[in-house]
Ligand binder design. Structure first.
Ligand code: ZN
Length: 431
């Protein structure tokens, strides 16, 4: 996959603090990177209806972690996939009469353009399904050999040979989402699972390899036969290949906690014989619109590309997203953009003053807010406070200065530039 351009980040004096994230699996605040390396996997999009604001909130949220890690001297490896072969994509292509591959290519490009516009730092490894097929085929064959996976016989409507993962072969299954059986059964069915497939050992067992069907894309699966991979195993194999077992942060929207991240973790436990898959599971909240979670199936999407096409400045869209804590569920309204535009204008006016209120505490404060579970709204409030003090001070400033004020004058003259660089490097907003 072609990555989008890497944004330049302004230099900052000193170092940021170690970032703690709320771990979904334990509920605890956990230091996100141990030592001087940070390894992060954030699940990518299925490329259709890209990029709605729910997606954007997720990737901007984890971009804050990426930036805070860089600022604290952590060497980051960031990995993301694109689920460019999957049932929803194929169904959309068939329903609209377009070629699935063309749809995937077009929407993947749109996503990249949106991410670049929103100043999201791209992943270091960015992979589509076809990029990783040999890895997946090898992993599924190993899971069969070790008894963690099995083939399901065909019947009147389904061909012979689909491969499923036996969830209860992993003693740690359930430790990411902590759901009871009834909740797992309900959510599995809602989110693409097939609990009623005849021949499965357990209704929750997820698909690893779908053998070829007419009218569906298919690839060589070695001893598995021709077909295509299941979704969870793709992410697991990519993460194991590029980050290794027990990497730092598995991220994504909260609708991925179950079954996607639960299943992906179990696949990894079974493949490696060790545990856990990720040290921290971090999840962004859902963005609603007009009373419902923004979703492709409901069609209540606000697309970043449409806002951009209507002339909205991407920095204002990013600021609107940052005004909500990444883990919170919230509802998008027009007021979000109105507030963000006004904030952007105020901040710009403040950083263009010839001098400003003391900026060192602002940088330290923003670093501290981000280190505490990526508290972007708290960081925004600090910049707001500085902008207000600076603009108020500017309107009250007198021309008479005593010589003893010379040293603080130098600091105040540098203040607007330091705040501008803080907002650029840590929040990803160019003023
Ligand atoms: Zn994933």
């Amino acid at each position: 996959m072609t990555r989008w351009p890497v944004p330049t980040l302004a230099d900052l004096p000193g170092r940021g603090l170690p970032v703690r994230l709320r771990d979904t699996a334990t509920g605890e605040l956990v230091i996100a990177a141990e030592g001087d390396r940070g390894r992060m996997y954030v699940c990518g999009i299925t490329p259709y209806d890209a990029t709605h604001l729910g997606h954007a909130a997720t990737y901007v949220g984890f971009d804050l972690l990426h930036r805070a890690w860089i600022d604290s001297g952590v060497e980051v490896t960031y990995v993301q996939n694109v689920t460019d072969v999957d049932d929803p994509l194929l169904e959309r292509a068939a329903a609209t009469g377009v070629d699935w591959h063309s749809l995937a290519v077009e929407q993947t490009q749109l996503f990249a353009d949106d991410m670049a516009a929103l100043a999201v730092i791209p992943p270091h490894h960015y992979l589509g399904v076809i990029d990783t097929l040999p890895l997946v085929v090898d992993a599924v064959q190993r899971l069969i050999a070790s008894g963690h996976a099995y083939t399901v016989p065909g019947n009147g409507s389904e061909p012979d040979g689909d491969v499923y993962f036996a969830v209860h072969s992993d003693p740690h299954f359930g430790e990411v989402a902590h759901l009871d059986e009834a909740a797992m059964a309900r959510i599995f069915a809602e989110r693409g699972g097939d609990p009623g497939r005849p021949g499965k050992k357990h209704p929750l067992d997820p698909l690893l390899w779908r053998v070829a069907r007419p009218e569906e894309p298919e690839w060589d699966g070695d001893r598995l036969g021709r077909g295509r991979p299941g979704w969870h195993i793709e992410c697991t194999t990519i993460a194991l290949e590029h980050l290794g077992m027990t990497f730092d942060v598995q991220g994504g929207g909260s609708d991925l906690i179950f079954p996607h991240h639960e299943m992906g973790a179990s696949h990894a436990h079974a493949l490696t014989g060790s545990h856990p898959f990720a040290r921290v599971y971090a999840h962004s909240g859902m963005v609603g619109f007009q009373g419902h979670k923004m979703s492709k199936s409901r069609g209540n999407l606000v697309l970043v590309s449409r806002l951009r096409a209507a002339g909205e400045e991407p920095a204002a869209i990013r600021l609107a997203l940052l005004d909500h804590h990444y883990r919170s569920d919230w509802e998008w309204t027009d007021a979000d953009l109105t507030t963000a535009r006004a904030r952007l204008e105020r901040w710009r006016r403040a950083v263009h003053q010839r001098s400003g209120a003391d900026a060192a505490p602002v940088l330290a404060g923003v670093r501290a807010r981000l280190a505490e579970d990526l508290d972007a709204p708290g960081a925004l409030a600090l910049i707001d406070g500085w902008a207000q003090a600076t603009l108020t001070g500017a309107s009250e400033s007198s021309s008479s200065e005593s010589p003893s004020e010379a040293a603080s004058d130098v600091a105040s003259a540098n203040a607007p530039d330091l705040v501008r660089r803080t907002v650029d490097a840590l929040l990803g907003v160019r003023l």
